[in-house]
Each structure stands twice: as C-alpha cells, then as structure tokens.
Design a binder for this molecule. Structure first.
Ligand SMILES: *Cc1c(COP(=O)(O)O)cnc(C)c1O
Length: 787
C-alpha cells in the first residue's frame, strides 16, 4: 500500500475531531489508537470489498472454530500492509511514540491456547497465500480471563476487550440471521474482521457472531415496573456470546456451551448457504464443488446435522442426496487424544436445546448402525464402540468422522497414534479418510513482528523471501562456521533478553540477570504438560547449589507463564507451588545470584511476542503421547531457542529437522511408556532410587513448602505417590535433570551454542503455517489461489 503522510494526517485529524471532539495535538494515546485503526480500516475498505467479489464464484474454504486467539491487530496489519515503518516515522514527526499507541490495544483473546492460536495463524496464512478462506466464530464479549497472582495463587478477572468497542470489526446488519433453539430464537449479528495478508491486495474475512434477543424489552412487563424481568429475554440471548469457556483440553459439558456451539454453527451455515444460493441457485449438488468446511476439533461438529437440516427441511433435498453432499463438504481436525476432551453430549440436554437437530442426529446414527451391522455382523461390540449414540451419550468425534471426507491429526506422531489406537476402528474402516497436517505458525507475527532485530539480520544475510517462504531459512546454514554471524546472533538474543528484563521490571517489579540462561516454559497449565516436573527439578537444583556453593554453574532464570482453567484445582496448585518455590529461591542470598524463578502474570499473545525471542531454552516436556503437536515449540525454534523436550507431538519433527544433537531430548518415548505400563509402574521405584528425588517430593508434605492451608500440595503428593503418577513425573525426573545439567555446561561454549541456535532457525521452515495451509488447500479443501 502507498502511504501518503499528508493524506493520513488529515484523516487522523478528521477522525479524532468527529469521534472524540478534540485535536490531534490534544488527543490521548487511546484516541490516537482508535483513529489510526479507523484510518487503516478506511484505507483497506475497497480492497476488502473487491476480494469478496472475486471469491464469490470460486471454491471457498470455511474454517469453523469456537476459538480464534488473535492477539493485537495494529502492528500486524501495518506490517502486512507494508507501511509500518512509514507510520512509525510519520507519528514521530508529529511527536507521537508509536509504541505507546500500540500498547493501547487489548488482545482479542477469543481462545484458550494452542487450538485458538492455530486458527489465528491459519487466517494469516490463508490471506497471505491469496487463498479464498474465511473464519467463523463467536464474538465473545469476554475473552479468556485476565490472570493475577495473589499470595502466589491465580485470581481470575473478566477480560473486557469490547468495553470501548473494537476498531477492527465492522458490523454487517444486512447479514443478520435467526437461530432457532427448541424453545427460543435469537438473532445472530455478524461482525467482520479484515484479515490482511502480507504483500497482497487480497483481504480475507473473519466473521464473528454476536447473539441478541429477537426483542430486547418486554414493554408490558416493563410498564408493570418489573424491570428485571422486562429484559430477561435480552439477557438470556446475550448470554450465548457473553463469555469464552476457559477450558483447555477438557470437555465442558454445559448447556450454555451447546447453545454457543449451535448458535455460531447454524448462523455460519445459513450464511454460507445464502451466499451459495446467490451464485448457484438451487444446484445443491454443486455444494462440494464450491464449499469446503473445516471443523476445528469437535466443538463445531453439530454443523453436520445442521447442514442436513438446512438441505432436507428447508430446501427439500432428499435425505440420501443431502448426506452425499454433507460427506463431501466437511472435514475434521482432531486435536487431542485426551479422552476427557472428546466431546460427548447427554441426549436429554441435546434434545432439550436442539430438538430437531437431535432427530437428525438420531437419523444419522441409525443409518450408520445399519451400515455397521452389514460391515461387522459378528462383532456386536465393535458396532457399539463405533456408534454415534451410545447409551445416553452422543459422541461428537464419531459423528465428525462419519460425516467427513477427511480426518486429520496435527503432527506425524499424533496422526500415527490416532490411526493405531484412539481411532483404530475408524482407520480400519476408512483408511483413505485419514491424513496428517503438522501444525505451523505464521512467521509474520512470530518473527517479523515480534523480533524485528533478528528479522532484519536474516534479511541482510539471505534476502526477504523467507517472509512468505520460510523454507528459505535453510540458506542460513552457509553461515554455520561464520563467527561474525554467530556473534551477531548472540548479540541479538542478548538484546531481546534485555528488552524482556526491562518489561518484567516495569510490569512485575522483578529483577533478572540478563546474562543468565533464560529457560522458558509458557503454555496452558496442565498436568500432562508437566510444569510440575520442571519446578521439581528447579527445587532440586536449589538444594544442589546450596550444598555445592563452589560448583561451576551458569546462572539460570526459570521463567513460567500459564493460565489454569478456573475449575482445575491441581493446575492452580502447581501455579502456587511455582510461586512458593520462587519465593524461597529468590529470597535466599546463598543462591539468588545464580538461580532465579519468575512467574509471568497473565500469559497471552502480546506477552508471548516478548518471551519467545528472549528465550535460550524452550521447555517442551509433556508426557510422551499426550501433546498432539504443540506450536509454542515452533515459535521458540524460529527465534533461536534450543528445545529441552520429550519425543512428543511436533518435537519429534523439530528434532528431525534441526538434528537431535541440536536439542536436548530426554525421557520416555511412547513405546517406553507402553512397556513400563506392561511391567507395572511404581513411582516409589524412582522415588527411592533417584538421588534427591525423595527430598523434593517429601517437601510437598513435610512442612518445607507452604500451600497456605489449601491442602493442594497434599493432593499433588497423593497424585504422584498414591495414585500412580499417571504423567510419569518421577520416572522422567532423572533424565530430565541430566539434560538440564548438560545445557548448563554447554551454554558456556557460546560459539557452539550459537551454532545450535542457527541450526534451529535455519531448519524451522517446515513449521510455517503457510506450509500447513497449502497442504490443507491442496489435499483437503481443493481450493486455489485467487490473485
Ligand atoms: C502458541 C501459544 C500457545 C500454544 O502453546 P503450546 O506450548 O503449543 O501449548 C498458547 N498460548 C499462546 C498465547 C500462544 O501464543
């Protein structure tokens, strides 16, 4: 985009005058932020419209996801438009600090973690690759809660990103639709966010639905002065898009959640059908030729019976024909093998919330039962295992697989586990449905935006083609022996670490040694991710350093960031444990010049952008087989952090790409866990035999550590010692500690370290979401670039 200073200045002034009744000179940072946002929106309006027109007649992909963890838009939009530097310079000329303006923006935090952030990265890649793809979700009034620490415990406060409106959305009243539930109907009002690709005029769309009552106010009741009940319908309707469920990887079986799912799915499908009919009329058999719908996890799977309803009930298509259309239109991504995350709905509730959809779901179930009886006449157990409705429960994953033409896992190992275990019956029945799509991240946000120093240097060395083709990074390998390059890499890492130190000093008042190793574990708090293993190792290290005051040791800072689901007691207990141990270590003058522990409050996209570039070590230590892919691991790698990790999820592919000798791989593999399970695992074995382990486990209950009377440490202790340690924290402890010690030694050879950094960066190409999206486009959706 062409940037003209004078024009922008005039537009800004006008906006500020109209919207805030003040002048550019007098305007606050917040007012300037809003006006700048509006100006950007205005400048892309025509391209946005043109893109929509161009896509109308092409095959399009629709990405249905209950979460989009977008983060901030301002910086990303300016970068993708190619005018960031011009805007920064222009603002400076008129005495405004761009960073201050950028900091006015709240994260659009409509997601929990990896699954929602993946959806956001996919949007960026679709637009950048000129692919006709659109996202659909809910415009939650409150995104993921804000996290504060009080006495080392997590406290949740509501997030309010829409308090003063959102400059990056445009309401489209003409596209409003009605969604019918069993006993009520609500209005679904769409807000569109432009998705600006890098270096293209195409602008894609993320459409978010907001729920409203058909009628906000019952005037009769109001006139009887019963004000609360007069607005009851309004409250009930608006509840649907009020709040994002703050769970990660657990099935929250709540009525409101089902209402949310049906709400956005029905609105989106009605919207898709309306657009289809506008171009193709009633040629419904052409739907799969023009429409591909991706179901991101089981949350939107109710789309399958909903499309059947729209075709059969509304359009009068024959059931058999409708089913053919449905099967060829949908595809489904599985994100987890954790049993508790595969959604199941109790039929009573499902029937109450969406009675017609229940009938259709039953119809699909009966049809599949008939097929199963034919297929496996002598295996009643298998027929039952694979049934969509089992007893009182509807299995959404089974409905998804039956109603889709493709089913994908999100990393090679994960897809193999699905095929061999969790979904074996299904893979045996439909081998051609299954395929792998290893996750990715967008390098525009996770390198170009978050690490401008490293970006500029890479561009200086190999040109800027990596911005849209990350495999270009491989060219960096020619510098593996170049001391100038290696030193510069270290210098940039140092600069990013100092930026983080400054940020944490200003926001949390902590002091960190910027010369120490930054060992970072940031992700949702979950037992399977094993933050507990990490902190127990740190606590053991603390004793080691106290007992060996003169041992050679590179100062290390352990940095954590994680939200716990509010109802997940053990996860919250681990947050307290980390902060408890942090207080002990940081307050002990015998060790605190060598060892430090920091818990970063309110981990979110905007903080993540500061953490990944500053990390020396990426902690990816999940129990093997439990992390489907991970994407944080990829962001670290791209920014030159070395991984300490298990062979789990995409870690396997990261180690393969960069070379296992450039990472710190430890612990049991999936097959080791199988073997151990077969032998019988007893956590008391490592507890009694691994030096130091007993001490840190006992500390949970012997008074060394203090959970402030909550009893949560005893619970954690019992999970480890009495209830089988199902995530193998004790079993993997020794090997993990060994690798931690190797890191501490290896870091002292800075040249060798820098080579490993470079090896990681140079081989991160595979992990671009551009690669992932290109594979979806070709192998699942059948969509093509539209220039
Ligand atoms: C990338 C990202 C995640 C996912 O992290 P994992 O380590 O893959 O679980 C979660 N939250 C935020 C804010 C992220 O940016």
């Amino acid at each position: 985009m062409l940037f003209e200073k004078e024009v922008w200045k005039e537009k800004l002034e006008q906006r500020i005058l109209v919207k805030f009744g003040t002048s550019l000179e007098e305007a606050s940072s917040f007012e300037i932020y809003q006006a700048l946002g509006d100006t950007i929106m205005e400048s892309i309006a025509k391209d946005w419209y043109d893109t929509k027109k161009k896509y109308e007649k092409k095959k399009q992909a629709f990405y249905l996801s209950s979460e989009f963890l977008m983060g901030r838009a301002m910086g990303n939009n300016l970068i993708n438009l190619g005018i960031q530097q011009e805007v920064i310079d222009f603002l400076k000329e008129i005495g405004i600090d761009y960073n201050q303006i950028e900091d006015e923006e709240e994260d659009a935090a409509l997601g929990n973690g990896g699954l929602g952030r993946l959806a956001a990265c996919f949007m960026d890649s679709l637009a950048t690759l000129n692919l006709p793809g659109q996202g659909y979700s809910i415009r939650y009034k409150n995104g993921i809660f804000n996290q504060y620490l009080r006495d080392g415990f997590q406290v949740e406060k509501p997030e309010t990103w829409l308090r003063y409106g959102d400059v990056w959305s445009v309401v489209r009243p003409e596209d409003e639709v009605i969604v019918n539930f069993g006993n009520t109907s609500v209005r679904a009002l769409p807000y569109d966010m432009p998705i600006i690709g890098y270096g293209t005029k195409n602008i894609n769309t993320l459409r978010l639905w907001e729920a409203h009552a058909i009628q906000d106010l019952d005037l009769g009741v109001f006139n009887q002065q019963d004000y609360l009940h007069a607005t009851q319908a309004k409250t009930l309707a608006e509840d649907i898009s009020r709040v994002l469920y703050p769970n990660d990887s657990t099935d929250e079986g709540k009525k409101l959640r089902l209402r949310q799912q049906y709400f956005f799915v029905s609105a989106s499908l009605q919207d898709i059908m309306k657009k289809f009919k506008k171009v193709h009329g009633r040629e419904f058999e052409k739907i799969p030729e023009y429409i591909a719908i991706q179901l991101n996890d089981t949350h939107p799977v109710i789309a399958i019976p909903e499309l059947m309803r729209l075709l059969v009930d509304i359009e009068g298509v024959k059931w058999e024909d409708a089913w053919e259309i449905v099967k060829r239109t949908f595809s489904y991504t599985n994100h987890t093998i954790l049993a508790e995350a595969l959604e199941k709905w109790w039929i009573g509730l499902y029937q109450e919330v969406v009675p017609r959809i229940f009938q259709i779901t039953e119809g699909i179930h009966n049809q599949f039962r008939a097929e199963l009886t034919q297929l496996y006449p002598n295996d009643a157990e298998k027929q039952n295992r694979m049934s969509i409705i089992q007893g009182n429960m509807i299995h959404m994953a089974w409905l998804a697989i039956y109603g889709s033409h493709k089913v994908n896992g999100v990393a090679e190992l994960h897809t193999e586990i699905l095929k061999e275990r969790e979904l074996k019956d299904w893979y045996d029945l439909y081998p051609n449905k299954f395929l792998n799509k290893t996750n990715g991240i967008t390098q525009r946000r996770w390198l170009l935006k978050s690490n401008p120093q490293l970006s500029a240097y890479i561009t200086e060395l190999i040109g800027d083609a990596w911005i849209t083709d990350l495999s270009e990074l491989k060219k960096l390998e020619q510098y593996l022996e170049d001391e100038v390059v290696l030193n510069k890499l270290l210098a940039i890492k140092q600069e990013k670490k100092e930026e983080l130190v400054k940020y944490l000093r200003e926001t949390q008042g902590v002091d960190i040694n910027p010369k120490s190793i930054f060992d970072v574990q940031v992700k949702r708090m979950h037992e399977y991710k094993r933050q507990l293993l990490n902190i127990l190792q740190v606590y053991d290290l603390y004793y080691y350093l106290k007992e060996n005051p003169n041992v050679e040791f590179t100062p290390t800072t352990y940095i954590y960031g994680a939200k716990a689901a509010p109802g997940y007691k053990v996860a919250k207990g681990i947050i307290r444990l980390i902060n408890d141990i942090a207080q002990i270590i940081n307050g002990d003058n015998e060790v605190n010049d060598k060892l430090k522990v920091v818990f970063v409050e309110n981990y979110r996209v905007t903080v993540a952008e500061k953490l990944f570039p500053a990390a020396d070590i990426s902690e990816q230590i999940s129990t093997a087989g439990k992390e489907a892919s991970g994407t944080g691991n990829m962001k670290f790698m791209l920014n030159g952090a070395l991984t300490i990790g298990t062979l789990d999820g995409a870690n396997v592919e990261i180690a393969k790409e960069a070379g296992e000798e450039n990472e710190y791989i430890f612990g049991m593999k999936v097959e080791d866990i199988d073997a151990l399970q077969k032998r019988g695992y007893d956590p008391r074995t490592p507890y009694n035999s691994v030096a130091g382990l007993k001490r840190v486990i006992d500390a949970l209950i012997d008074g060394h550590l203090n959970d402030l009377g909550s009893g949560i440490y005893r619970e954690i202790h019992s999970l480890l010692m009495e209830r089988g340690d199902q995530y193998y924290v004790l079993e993997d402890f020794e090997d993990y500690r060994r690798k931690q010690r190797s890191i501490n030694r290896d870091y002292r050879d800075q040249k060798a370290w820098a080579r490993k950094m470079l090896k990681n960066i140079a081989n991160a190409g595979k992990f671009s979401s551009d690669r992932t999206i290109m594979e979806y486009a070709k192998e699942i959706w059948g969509i093509n670039e539209v220039r």
